[in-house]
Ligand binder design. Structure first.
Ligand code: ADP
Ligand code: MG
Ligand code: MG
Length: 247
């Protein structure tokens, strides 16, 4: 069953074309990985799927569960079930992790979440993930380590339960602990009814996931596609040989 279908997507920012005709289809239950050198347009693709207002689609379309979402706003796409891991860089004193998660879920479902019930669910999820209980009462990003930001990302994923998770894990210099958190969290989230689109060079993040398809992006185009073996191949050989073999 097709979840996301991207057809001849051209998009850019500030009058500059960044994505130059992307075709990509994701079925329910699949895990896709995007690889590509710095500046190839990986994060832009994620942002355009999420409907970030800073990017314009100039050609092509995005279809989600059979519905054209090309013109939808970010919050409408979130309600439809698309999630982009956002690591809010600012510290937000006064907003706790629990508050942030509860507000986000209310925005997505359009329903009020009772504090008590939500807290109980969150507590169970955190126990399951072996996260210290004090964490939910901490102010968002205030003094968070890299690992704690990752825990927050995984909690968002598991508490918001999107149909499509877009995870941009590049160049964040993850330590071993953070890699474990992401790897375990994503595999706990993933099932036959949802799908993940992951940007990462770190094969260890993919350890616990069965990768279905790998797409290599260069200069705004998908220049090579293959199975999971492509991750190891590119980690070994780099992108250079692809440049040479691509017309
Ligand atoms: P990647 O994630 O693959 O490293 P990005 O998608 O972040 O690449 O960026 C692709 C190219 O588009 C880069 O040259 C970057 O400078 C440019 N770009 C990305 N976002 C914007 C933006 N909002 N405005 C202008 N240029 C942008
Ligand atoms: Mg075209
Ligand atoms: Mg990026």
């Amino acid at each position: 069953e097709t979840l996301l279908e991207i057809h001849d997507l051209h998009a850019g920012a500030a009058d500059r074309e960044i994505l130059k005709g992307i075709d990509l289809t994701i079925q329910k239950g699949e895990v896709h990985v995007i690889l590509g050198p710095n500046g190839s347009g990986k994060s832009t693709l994620m942002n355009v799927i999420m409907g970030h207002p800073g990017y314009q689609v100039t050609e092509g379309s995005l279809t989600f569960e059979g519905k054209d979402i090309t013109a939808l706003k970010t919050f409408e796409r979130a309600r439809a079930g698309i999630f982009l891991s956002f690591q809010t860089p600012e510290e937000i004193p006064g907003i706790t992790v629990e508050n942030m998660l509860r507000t986000a879920r209310q925005e997505i479902t359009g329903k009020r979440e009772r504090i008590f019930g939500f807290r109980k669910e969150l507590k169970e999820m955190m126990e399951d993930l072996q996260i210290d209980p004090s964490y939910s009462e901490r102010y968002l990003n205030v003094g968070f380590s890299g690992g704690e930001k990752k825990r927050n990302e995984i909690l968002q994923l598991l508490m918001l339960r999107p149909k499509l998770a877009l995870l941009d894990e590049t160049d964040s210099g993850l330590d071993v602990d953070a890699v474990q958190i992401v790897s375990r969290g994503v595999s706990k989230f993933h099932n036959g009814d949802n799908a993940c689109l992951v940007i990462t060079h770190n094969a260890r993040i993919l350890d616990k996931l069965k990768v279905d398809r790998v797409h290599v992006l260069m200069q705004g185009r998908i220049v090579e596609e293959g199975g999971p073996e492509l991750v190891d191949q590119i980690n070994r050989d780099g992108f250079g040989h692809i440049k040479e073999t691509t017309v």
